[in-house]
Design a protein around this ligand. Structure first.
Ligand SMILES: [Zn+2]
Length: 274
């Protein structure tokens, strides 16, 4: 009878490859939090990819060229961009408004922002809009996309190693092992990373809005409005999104630091929309 076993060599090979990738990876330091992270792309590569996706999204969308909504979005983006400081260095900020019912906004690597008109009834004021855009811009300045790509690469390498090491087991057992490993890595490693990114974007986002002169407490009001809207969560939040209550509690925790920045700002921004 043929002996079925788990091969060790592919696992060792995968571990070696992971160690190599880990230690040779490019690193970024977040100037706001001081945290260091490994990334899969250089800042230049990020900008190129960001611009590509931006053009692609816009080519498939109904872009609003002018009007009060565009004026508001541009005004808020300009103020926020100036408040990103060191993190936004080298960014070529640009913003477009897309006519869509989607309650969403995002910022691509390198600083290309897209705001859907569907979110404007929820953001209501310049400060509300600054809460969303600040959060999205923070994802970009913190290089969360490139960090995510690095994590996915490590995850894939590990899963390939595991797959090869159990290639001799019968298919049913293989499936069970891979499912267990996959779920473990997803819930144990990848999702917590995403949640960390959400926390970081919340912290940096209200700091950006405060520095830009928007009252950071408006972010809490925005999330309360989101909470009242049923089924209105932006897609970005579907998998990694903490409950609104968790987010609001977290924003309140970061508030003293943001209020300090707000006190030092010119506070004119919040009056823009009046
Ligand atoms: Zn986010």
């Amino acid at each position: 009878m043929q002996k079925r076993h788990i091969a060790i060599a592919p696992i060792l090979l995968a571990l070696g490859l992971i160690a190599f990738k880990y230690f040779t990876a490019e690193k970024v330091v977040n100037p706001e939090t001081g945290k260091e992270a490994r990334v899969a792309l250089s800042k230049e590569e990020e900008s190129v990819l960001g611009l590509q996706s931006y053009k692609e999204v816009l080519s498939k969308s109904k872009v609003v060229e002018e009007g009060a909504e565009v004026d508001q979005v541009r005004r808020v983006a300009r103020r926020l961009a100036a408040a990103t400081g060191e993190g936004g260095k080298g960014f070529k900020w640009e913003v477009s408004v897309v006519d869509s019912k989607e309650v969403n906004a995002f910022c691509l690597p390198g600083g290309k922002i897209v705001v859907y008109t569907g979110i404007l009834p929820v953001t209501k004021t310049d400060a509300g809009l600054a809460a969303v855009m600040g959060h999205e811009m923070a994802h970009a300045t913190a290089h969360h996309g490139a960090q995510r790509l690095f994590q996915d690469d490590i995850y894939q390498t590990a899963m390939n190693g595991a797959q090869q090491s159990i290639a001799d087991l019968d298919p049913e057992k293989q499936r069970a092992v891979m499912a267990a490993l996959g779920a473990g890595a997803k819930f144990g490693v990848i999702l917590p990373f995403s949640r960390d990114h959400e926390t970081e974007a919340d912290e940096m986002g209200i700091l950006y809005m405060a520095r830009a002169g928007y009252d950071p407490r408006e972010s809490v009001k925005f999330w309360e409005r989101m909470e009242k809207m049923s089924g209105g969560q932006p897609p970005e939040f579907s998998s990694t999104h903490p409950s609104h209550g968790t987010r609001i509690a977290r924003l309140k925790k970061f508030m003293p630091k943001a209020m300090e920045a707000y006190e030092k700002s010119d506070k004119q921004a919040s009056n823009d929309s009046n």
